[in-house]
Design a protein around this ligand. Structure first.
Ligand SMILES: [Zn+2]
Length: 315
């Protein structure tokens, strides 16, 4: 594993540099020159929490940008350098960042502050998909995501206790916003009659969303995109759509639209017309500077797309 070897070398170099700094100017703190705490987050959703809690006291870098699939993402050499230079590393956990597991474990063992924010959620609120695997897509239950918010708040308050009150105030304000967002999602969902609340997507990212807001969820691929959907999966899903007269199915910004397009073709071959709705932001947010480039914006976009699609309204 060359990456791990490189990481080890980088960590050794960092340790040496830290010792040098300690000896040279008597300070062992590792925050950046302008005094901000350097945070590296994996997904945009985790970075969003860090930005909202940390405000102007932090600089936040998300490794996985718009359209990036966290299940398949591998750390680049540049990422390893960024991780090595960070004061705090925040990631989702529950194996969402499956291909970064070794790197995250190793950097955690190096003594750097790392936190899997989703893993702060109480066990009994999680969806288990097997004995050893938990569905990692916790962010689409907005209320559940506030546990991750509190994990970020507590991490920053521990790393920088001088400004703990600042982080607590920011987290409290964001928690209020998320509570309002959660109520809005519930109200929007209730516009769709129960029997029509079926959400068909490219992969199973919406299990928590379905549980929280009363949707039946069917993903073509499982909770990870690592295993690809086969022809049989496509045919079976097409049968369900035809049988239940499901009017709309969804592609996701971080997953190839190919398989959902195949489902649409298979449905149309049976004489039923299913639409492909507006692309959903499942495992990655939208572009920076757009509403969908924030967590509340991505949730609102998805809910509008799902509700208007199922009701047959123009989005
Ligand atoms: Zn996913």
């Amino acid at each position: 594993m060359t990456k791990l070897r490189l990481l080890r070398a980088l960590l050794a170099a960092a340790l040496a540099a830290a010792l040098f700094v300690t000896a040279g100017c008597g300070s062992a703190t590792s925050s950046s020159r302008d005094g901000t705490i350097r945070i590296v987050a994996t997904t945009g959703m985790v970075a969003d929490l860090a930005l909202r809690v940390g405000g102007g006291r932090v600089s936040v870098r998300a490794l996985m940008g718009p359209g990036i699939d966290p299940h398949l993402y591998k750390a680049s050499e540049g990422d390893l350098r960024r991780l090595e230079g960070a004061d705090v590393i925040l990631y989702n956990g529950f194996h969402l960042e499956a291909k970064m597991a070794d790197v995250l474990e190793e950097i955690g063992e190096s003594g750097r502050v790392t936190r899997a924010v989703a893993e702060s959620i109480p066990r009994d609120r999680l969806i288990a998909v097997s004995e050893s695997q938990v569905d990692p897509h916790v962010w689409f239950d907005v209320e559940l995501w506030s546990f991750a918010l509190r994990a970020v708040r507590d991490t920053l308050a521990t790393v920088d206790p001088t400004h703990a009150a600042f982080y607590r105030a920011n987290a409290a304000a964001y928690a209020k916003e998320l509570a309002a967002l959660d109520a809005w999602v519930t109200a929007q969902a209730s516009r769709v009659p129960r029997a029509r609340r079926v959400l068909v997507t490219a992969h199973d990212a919406f299990g928590y969303f379905g549980r929280a807001y009363g949707f039946e969820v069917r993903g073509l691929q499982g909770i990870s995109t690592v295993s690809e959907a086969g022809a049989r999966d496509v045919a079976e899903l097409a049968d369900v759509i035809v049988e239940r007269r499901i009017p709309v199915i969804f592609v996701e910004s971080s997953v190839s639209p190919r398989t959902i397009q195949a489902v649409q073709a298979a449905v149309r071959a049976q004489g039923f017309d299913v639409e492909i709705g507006e692309p959903l932001f499942s495992d990655a947010m939208g572009d920076a500077g757009t509403p969908e480039g924030t967590y509340p914006g991505m949730v609102r976009h998805n809910v509008r797309a799902i509700v208007s699609g199922l009701l047959g309204e123009a989005a």
